[in-house]
Design a protein around this ligand. Structure first.
Ligand SMILES: Nc1ncnc2c1ncn2[C@@H]1O[C@H](COP(=O)(O)OP(=O)(O)OP(=O)(O)O)[C@@H](O)[C@H]1O
Length: 262
């Protein structure tokens, strides 16, 4: 089991941010985690990475039960791509160095690397369409290029779990489609990590994400096959407004029905 969350809650003061969450992610599955702003997605990810602990309930990640292991070791086995990581990296470092630092899960490269590391980093950059960026400094890269470099960095440590937290934020439609194409390629690799893809947008749910967790007001609204979740009826109930889901080219597109503000 990659993620095993049983009846987990997280309270802050008198507010319950996560309420009795149950979620099981098995090896080889790829999940999409979908919820509106403030629904609890980041809180749940912070818990999976061991930055916060459940107030109640039990959970294990990569077979390690919380409270019984070294969190720093666990974090090395989880690749996490997020906007907050992007802001922490040093702009003057080359794309290659940023990818190499992924082996040690450090911001900046301080450890010795060998030829094998170099070959792996270059090959990851190539496979993510970044061959021309190897010597470019991070601050000169576009948002789409940065996200691809960060995915290469996350893959450098051969993680068992890859968390992509809203990777398409700030991308134009073509950069978004290019990134989604690369993510599909990562998911289809032999020995691919289990992917958890976090988003607000239904259209980003790729066919490779066969399972979807809907989170609303800190609670699991649904956790099942994507095809069963992405229906007009379920999504209208989830969002609390009438929406229509249309399937096109294996993806789902959402439109709001009627004028909500009149
Ligand atoms: N440390 C905290 N103390 C108090 N409230 C918190 C804390 N962390 C999160 N919250 C609240 O918990 C709720 C869920 O926040 P969270 O950041 O997990 O949502 P999210 O789904 O990631 O939202 P977004 O899509 O906007 O990033 C929000 O109402 C937020 O204000």
């Amino acid at each position: 089991m990659i993620i095993d969350i049983n009846n987990v809650s997280w309270d802050r003061g008198d507010k319950t941010i996560l309420h009795k969450i149950d979620w099981q992610v098995r090896n080889g599955e790829h999940w999409c985690l979908l919820g509106l702003n403030g629904s609890g997605k980041t809180t749940l990810l912070n818990m999976i990475n061991g930055y916060i602990w459940p107030t109640d309930g039990k959970m294990s990640v990569l077979g390690q039960t919380f409270g019984e292991f070294d969190l720093r070791e666990l974090r090395k086995r989880i690749g996490w791509v997020s906007t907050s990581l992007q802001q922490k990296l040093y702009g003057s470092e080359t794309a290659l160095k940023i990818v190499l630092s992924g082996k040690f899960a450090t911001i900046g490269l301080y450890d010795q690397t060998d030829e094998e590391d170099l070959n792996k980093a270059e090959s990851l950059l190539r496979s993510l369409g970044c061959a021309a960026l190897i010597t470019r400094t991070y601050d000169t890269l576009s948002q789409g290029e940065r996200q691809r470099v960060l995915i290469a960095r996350a893959l450098m440590a051969s993680p068992k779990l890859l968390i992509l937290d809203e990777p398409c934020t700030g991308l134009d439609v073509f950069a978004r489609e290019q990134l989604l194409h690369m993510i599909t390629a990562v998911a289809e690799q032999k020995e691919a990590p289990t992917i958890v893809y976090v988003t607000h947008h239904v259209e980003e749910i790729l066919p490779c994400f066969s399972k979807t967790l809907l989170i609303k007001d800190g609670q699991v609204f649904a956790a099942k096959e994507t095809a069963d979740v992405l229906t007009s009826a379920t999504m209208s109930e989830f969002f609390g407004v009438p929406v229509q889901i249309e399937r096109q080219l294996g993806r789902n597109w959402l439109s709001v029905k009627g004028d909500l503000w009149n």
